[in-house]
Design a protein. Structure first.
Length: 509
């Protein structure tokens, strides 16, 4: 998972009278001003490039989970097909993911693949239920520190999971070479996926010099055809459900968090919006279908989603094509896949871990200037994730601490926005009352989404207070939305403490 929260802030625009609030920037070089219309040839090409990038990582995630590589590959195919139709975020790529694989390692080790398939089905059912209970909107309002801690904890767990494969000096050297090659390819902006280049080179070296290192074929067999429908075999159903329940709950929450974080990023890159409720339900349906085909759980994959969009994918066809191309490649070329050295996949995962970790979140400047509660929740979330190997536990711990800290803000009442006419005539004035922080920013954005109007907009914060980074970014997002629609936006009335918070956020990023 790439650092989804990295690079969201840049220096402020000087448009209007508001000088303090920072503005959001895309993780790529530019965000389209208008949505690009999907074109079938471009969608198919984007799907092919994404499928090539999916193969080594999907195999690695299967091995992390403790199942045959064919399980992850076929799971990615079924997941992509279902989510392409049922999901709420076109162009986002979902498949058997590393964050989900990490959750089920103990389950597979102690009970086997049948329990994994059953947990996948149950997790999908929970996601369907959560989609109807408003969980997508709630999970999208996570404190900024918790979101970054989630990302960093995931990166550390992915790295630690690779160490067991480094069994010799030869493997270690190959891993170092692979990571270095991917780093150079990323710096040089090579269009071919860096993981594919690294895998091809290390495979050529291992075969040409008969290095005798472990291969993917040593880990299990690859698929030779389509996945087959099969109910999970559970001899003692009641006992199995008790064992599976905590894993299913963790999978449901982790999958939704990662998928919604990814959807937010794709929204910014494509200038479109996600149907969060539909996306959560689609993730649930995809997991249910995948589990009934004996697969492992999945969710959105940030790296592949960015690659798909960067290659030109904009619609559901690109997601569907990624799954279809994946199946074609592994079924038609499975003899080639089986000779891949494990060192190549370890190198891919080490590089994924390195690029996933938000290094700026631990920079002295950000630690010095960020609100202390956000730094504390980030560190706590990361620590709990690493200590328990469970991302859901880390998110819960960080969110509880953040909510406790902001309890006083809840007591001030819900954010209230009133609209009053101004003597200037064409000026649309909105007065905001209350505490703005991660739990109230969603309501603020919803209010201004329905504000309407075409004239100049003034947002008066004289009766409001900015309490965390989420509030700063949310206020900036709504001003950018209206400016993009051609409206002049003027934010006034920031208190001294709100101005100070904005300055610390800007100087620490």
């Amino acid at each position: 998972m790439l650092a989804v929260v990295r690079g969201w802030i840049r220096k402020p625009s000087h448009t209007g009278r508001r000088s303090g609030i920072v503005s959001i920037r895309s993780a790529l070089s530019a965000t389209p001003a208008t949505p690009a219309r999907p074109a079938i040839p471009r969608e198919l090409l984007a799907g092919l490039v994404t499928a090539l990038a999916l193969i080594p990582e999907t195999i690695s995630f299967s091995i992390v989970a403790g199942v045959d590589p064919r399980v992850g590959l076929l799971s990615s195919f079924t997941f992509s097909v279902v989510i392409a139709v049922a999901g709420g975020r076109p162009a986002m790529v979902s498949a058997a993911a590393g964050s989900m694989a990490l959750v089920v390692v103990p389950l597979v080790r102690e009970h086997g693949p049948a329990y994994l398939a059953a947990a996948t089905v149950m997790a999908g059912a929970f996601q369907l239920l959560l989609s109807q209970l408003g969980a997508p909107k709630l999970l999208s309002s996570l404190p900024r520190g918790v979101a970054i801690g989630f990302v960093n904890g995931l990166a550390i767990l992915i790295f630690l999971a690779q160490l067991r494969h480094v069994i010799s000096t030869t493997v270690f050297v190959l891993v170092v070479v692979g990571v270095a090659l991917m780093a150079v390819a990323r710096i040089r902006s090579v269009r071919v996926p860096p993981s594919l280049l690294s895998t091809a080179l290390l495979t050529a070296l291992a075969v040409a010099f008969s290095l005798g290192v472990p291969t993917v074929g040593d880990e299990g067999t690859l698929p030779h055809g389509l996945p087959a429908f099969a109910l999970p075999h559970l001899p003692d159903l009641a006992h199995a459900l008790v064992v599976i329940l905590p894993y299913a709950v963790s999978l449901a929450v982790v999958g939704l968090i990662e998928s919604l974080l990814t959807a937010d990023l794709i929204d910014r890159l494509t200038a479109t919006s996600t149907s969060r409720k539909r996306e959560a339900a689609g993730q649930g349906l995809a997991n249910i279908a995948t589990g009934f085909f004996g697969g492992q759980p999945g969710c959105a994959m940030i790296g592949q989603s960015l690659l798909n969009v960067d290659t030109g994918g904009r619609g559901r066809v690109s997601t569907l094509a990624a799954g279809a191309w994946l199946l074609v490649l592994v079924v038609a070329l499975h003899p080639l896949m089986e000779i891949l050295p494990m060192a190549a996949l370890v190198a891919t995962m080490v590089f994924v871990a390195f690029t996933t970790f938000d290094w700026r979140s631990v920079s002295p400047a950000r630690l010095r200037h960020w609100p202390r509660i956000e730094t504390a929740t980030m560190v706590l979330t990361t620590a709990v994730v690493v200590a328990t190997s469970n991302l859901a536990y880390g998110v819960a711990a960080g969110a509880i601490v953040a909510c406790a800290y902001f309890f006083q803000a809840f007591r001030r009442g819900r954010v209230l926005v009133t609209r009053r006419p101004a003597p200037e005539g064409d000026l649309d004035v909105h007065h905001v009352h209350g505490a703005l922080f991660f739990a109230s920013t969603g309501h603020l954005l919803d209010v201004f989404e329905d504000a309407g109007g075409t004239g100049a907009l003034r947002i008066d914060l004289s009766a409001a207070e900015l309490l965390d980074t989420s509030a700063v970014l949310a206020l900036d997002e709504l001003t950018q939305r209206h400016r993009a629609a051609g409206r002049e936006v003027d934010v006034v009335g920031l208190s001294a403490s709100s101005e100070a918070l904005d300055s610390r956020v800007r100087s620490g990023v």
